[in-house]
Design a binder for this molecule. Structure first.
Ligand SMILES: [Zn+2]
Length: 386
């Protein structure tokens, strides 16, 4: 997103819209200056649901932005708030981006209207069928202590825990294989999950978006709120969900990188494989992304089917070669639009960037040393005077 705003957008009058009760709802002026957000969210305010409306942006985006509305707006009808927020979002999204979004929506519509799902039960969240009982229990208790009781934290900020039932992993794998078969047979040109994976499929593109939104909202956000609040963990409002495939005739390994996410969920789905370890090398901000790894930042992790790894998107990582068999992993990149907006004005990332932390500590050390030096000098002068 950029600040490029065209005049037309600013001066366009807001359309009048019909409220829920059929009355016409007055819409606030759309002059750019009138559209402001508060800096800190009203955490007590319970946002409305924007589900089920025909919107060009995710309903979750509106729900999370609502807490940032100026106080007088909070009590207005939903439609008024919707227009106010929509104008802000459009103002920040350049034309090129909007065209891209529209094209992608058309691409998705085409797939969804033609592809016949194999396991329809996967497309609606059914927690007790999907998740391991221990995971469900911890989520229901919704306390840091409960989360920690089912998790290992082999290195600060990387959590691993048993998440999915084996049957869910099997069904999802078979659905992905069915989708790949359909792609092959119909010669449909699909987009791969990201710039680094040549194999695998975007789950959101063939109908799993709603289920994955629910997965993020009800199961990942509560955990991220506790462990990743410094990177927008409590305001996660959009996701990119995909499956990657590794093996001899698939992608073999994945180079060292950071994800385009605030929080990444990575769950191994199977099947039989050897190799494919995930390696971590410290969390870094943009400026420090290529700095050296410290020895206490090194972690190598071996995947176990059904088991999840949760980490900050900025935690540098990669995947070693899968040397035999086939490995499938589900990836959910969770993002916070609010955090991304606020990050633009931030320079110090020492709450999570290992290098920013070291720089800050070094500055403190230097300044303490200088103060000591100064004090010693004064004492010395005082001593020579007496
Ligand atoms: Zn940094």
């Amino acid at each position: 997103m950029s600040f490029g705003v065209s005049r037309e957008e600013i001066q366009q009058p807001a359309p009048l819209s019909t409220g829920q009760n059929g009355n016409v709802v007055a819409v606030l002026p759309t002059m750019a200056t009138a559209h402001r957000l508060r800096l800190n969210p009203n955490t007590e305010h319970k946002p409305e649901s924007y589900e089920g409306l025909q919107l060009e942006f995710s309903p979750l985006l509106f729900s999370s932005l609502e807490r940032y509305l100026p106080p007088p707006l909070l009590s207005l009808p939903r439609d008024s708030k919707l227009h106010y927020m929509r104008d802000i979002i459009i103002r920040y999204s350049p034309d090129g981006e909007r065209t891209r979004v529209q094209r992608h929506r058309e691409y998705r519509r085409k797939i969804i209207s033609r592809y016949q799902p194999l396991h329809r039960e996967l497309y609606i969240m059914h927690a007790s069928n999907f998740f391991a009982p221990s995971f469900l229990k911890a989520i229901n208790e919704n306390k840091e202590q409960s989360f920690r009781s089912i998790m290992a934290e082999p290195i600060p900020g990387v959590f691993t825990f048993e998440m999915f039932q084996p049957r869910f992993c099997q069904l999802l794998l078979s659905e992905v294989e069915n989708f790949e078969k359909w792609v092959y047979e119909t010669k449909f040109r699909i987009m791969r999950p990201n710039t680094m994976n040549k194999f695998g499929a975007v789950l959101d593109d063939f109908g799993l978006e709603t289920m994955l939104d629910k997965l993020m909202e009800d199961f990942i956000r509560p955990i991220s709120k506790v462990f990743y609040s410094d990177v927008g963990g409590s305001t996660l409002d959009s996701h990119h969900g995909f499956v990657v495939e590794y093996g001899i005739d698939r992608d073999i390994e994945l180079g060292f990188h950071v994800d385009d996410s605030e929080v990444t969920l990575n769950v191994c789905l199977g099947k039989q494989f050897s190799g494919g370890d995930l390696f971590f090398r410290g969390v870094r901000c943009d400026k420090h992304v290529n700095t050296e790894t410290q020895t206490d930042e090194i972690l190598d992790y071996s995947h176990i089917p059904g088991r999840a790894v949760l980490h900050r998107g900025r935690h540098r990582h990669g995947a070693r070669a899968t040397t035999s068999g086939q490995r499938f992993n589900l990836l959910l990149w969770c993002r916070s639009s609010v955090y991304r907006e606020l990050r633009k004005y931030q320079k110090d990332f020492s709450s999570w960037c290992g290098e920013c932390q070291r720089e800050k500590k070094e500055q403190q050390r230097v300044s303490i040393a200088a103060t000591k030096q100064e004090l010693l000098k004064r004492e010395g002068k005082a001593a020579t005077r007496t």
